[in-house]
Design a protein around this ligand. Structure first.
Ligand code: HEM
Ligand code: SF4
Length: 538
């Protein structure tokens, strides 16, 4: 076991129980125990405090708590190689009942693992240059990025080396393995905010500044974003950061979170609460005290928001090369499909695969002369479509009761069939982003959706049934979270309800007007009228 740190908060009498657990034994120490003890002695041998620490190994108990685990694997910046994809697929085949989920933070998730298999899985991941460590837990998580980094005509610099540096610095770094709560970073130099800056704890977005007569390309810095039951949009600090300063700044922000973040209540521990109390000016002052002066902010290069979607075949920065944005309905695939994707990446592209925060994938570097044949590949024609139908293409879902202990309702399969139903029922030529979540934690990021569906229960003569609260008008284009309507719709009526709500929008919108813009224009009261009329007649 590594030497124990003397943390400055160690003697605080108001610490929550999880804080005491972390002081007793660092989360990262569980990895060794899993390898040496639990994977040999089995589920029954696991101590309950270590079960909490399993998250630092990237492993969580799945529902029902009967000895099976979920594992999340980091895909830094959302870019993996075909070889890594094959290793992931093999793990799913051998141990994970053939199931691979792409998550809203560009990670990959397995289910159905047993503790006996974990040591072997850690080995296989390490051999492929991958890791599940710190993919969960109170530590720096998977780093979100631009899955098109390096080939993106809309990026101002290639962020791949910076993502790699950040990953190398933070992963298994014991200076930062005991944070007050989870900590999520994103970095992208795509001018359409590909990595959802405002909903991360720390984010870097592209910027430019004239310094000493020279134009420098670098980043602006955002802190304190996050979703869950109390969502906050990140605040921009008045700083400009050169690419070579990113790791220093990230270390500084993370140190502030570690040393000043709140450790009394788990629901009030994310960085967003500290930033809300301090404000961006004081936060910058404290940051500068730690890491020294920084340039003040420059010109923002962000032009809008692409929602994290890249469907179709598009020209790259490299002339003669294309990338292909593919749809993976609600992010779920099987091992054979992932292996096939790896083959396509090798045969048509350069062997890299992108994972998008919309639970989709892309293939990079397809030479122009191979495009026609690529379009005809059965996987592309039948499953991971280049041009998915409107609703299936823009549906996002969390895990729900199928595997998640916190879920109130079933989500994943429900969102998939709901999107299919809407595609069969309503004809719509513009994207409409619907996100479904099974509880307020918001893993499916419902707050940024055009229509956000959040699971709940409703009382009926037949007893309590599953239902959804409806939220409308979320976007990161002009950042704002969607707002709740007065409507809790039981699941048997949900499809018909949404079809009617969307039909109202179709009839009243201006040409090409996106749903969130329409909500903005007509106002929430108008949408509530629509909802009331639908619910009265139903
Ligand atoms: C199945 C087991 C899972 C559990 C128990 C779980 C638990 C949680 C909890 C407790 C939160 C609230 C965080 C907070 O208050 O700080 C949260 C947020 C979140 N989780 Fe999960 N999660 C699970 C799966 C997933 C999956 C499958 C994804 C990706 C699809 C995901 C991505 C996220 C995201 C994006 C957030 C919101 C981020 C934010 O608050 O800034 N989680 N999750
Ligand atoms: S939003 Fe809730 S139900 Fe869905 S995966 Fe996250 S914790 Fe589970």
């Amino acid at each position: 076991m590594a030497e124990r740190k003397q943390w400055k908060w160690a003697d605080d009498p108001s610490l929550n129980k999880m804080e005491l657990t972390k002081l007793e034994k660092d989360g990262l120490d569980v990895i060794e125990t899993i390898i040496n003890t639990y994977s040999k002695e089995g589920f029954e041998s696991i101590e309950s405090s270590d079960m909490d620490r399993f998250k630092w190994a990237g492993v969580y108990q799945q529902r029902p708590k009967d000895g099976h685990f979920m594992m999340r694997v980091r895909i830094p910046g959302g870019i993996m190689t075909s070889e890594q994809a094959r290793v992931l697929a093999k793990i799913a085949q051998d141990y994970g009942r053939d199931l691979v989920d792409v998550t809203t933070r560009q990670a990959v998730q397995f289910h159905w693992l047993t503790v006996e298999t974990l040591a072997d899985i850690f080995d296989r991941l390490a051999a492929a240059g991958l890791s599940s460590f710190e993919a969960c837990g109170d530590c720096p998580r998977q780093i979100m990025g631009n899955p098109l980094a390096g080939i993106d005509p809309h990026e101002v610099l290639d962020t791949r080396p910076i993502v790699a540096e950040l990953e190398k610095f933070f992963l298994l770094n014991r200076d930062f393995s005991n944070l007050p709560r989870k900590y999520k970073m994103s970095i992208s130099a795509n001018v359409y905010n590909a990595a959802h800056a405002q909903i991360n704890d720390l984010a870097f977005t592209p910027a430019k500044k004239r310094i000493a007569g020279e134009d420098v390309i670098g980043f602006h810095v955002w802190v304190g974003g996050g979703l869950s039951a109390k969502p906050y949009l990140a605040k921009q600090l008045d700083v400009f950061v050169r690419p070579e300063e990113v790791v220093k700044v990230a270390a500084g922000v993370t140190t502030l979170f570690r040393d000043f973040g709140y450790r009394q209540k788990r629901t009030h521990a994310r960085l967003k609460f500290l930033v809300a109390d301090w404000g961006p000016e004081k936060f910058k002052e404290e940051l500068v005290k730690l890491i020294g002066e920084l340039e003040t902010s420059g010109e923002d290069l962000t032009k809008g928001w692409n929602g994290g979607y890249f469907y179709g075949l598009h020209e790259q920065r490299q002339p003669g090369y294309y990338y292909a944005g593919l749809s993976v309905p609600v992010g779920r695939m099987n091992a054979a499909e992932l292996i096939e994707l790896a083959r396509l990446a090798d045969e048509y592209g350069d062997g890299t695969i992108g994972a998008c925060n919309t639970q989709n994938v892309l293939i990079r570097n397809i030479a122009k002369e191979k495009v026609a044949a690529f379009r005809e590949e059965p996987l592309i024609v039948n499953r991971f479509k280049l041009k998915p139908n409107t609703f299936v293409g823009y549906a996002v879902s969390c895990t729900g009761t199928e595997y998640c202990n916190l879920a109130i309702v079933e989500t994943k399969e429900r969102m998939r069939s709901l999107a299919q139903y809407l595609d069969d029922t309503v004809e719509l030529d513009t994207p409409l982003r619907i996100h479904m979540i099974g509880c307020p934690n918001s893993c499916g990021q419902r707050q940024i959706a055009d229509i956000g569906l959040q699971g709940a229960k409703v009382k009926t003569p037949a007893g309590m049934v599953e239902a959804f609260d409806i939220h409308v008008g979320g976007t990161l284009e002009e950042p704002q979270f969607n707002r709740k309507l007065n409507a809790r719709v039981s699941v048997d009526r949900l499809g018909a309800f949404l079809a009617q709500l969307i039909t109202f929008y179709k009839e009243e919108r201006l040409e090409g007007e996106e749903y969130w813009r329409y909500v903005e224009r007509v106002g929430l009261a108008r949408i509530q009228e629509q909802v009331d009329s639908i619910l009265q007649t139903a």
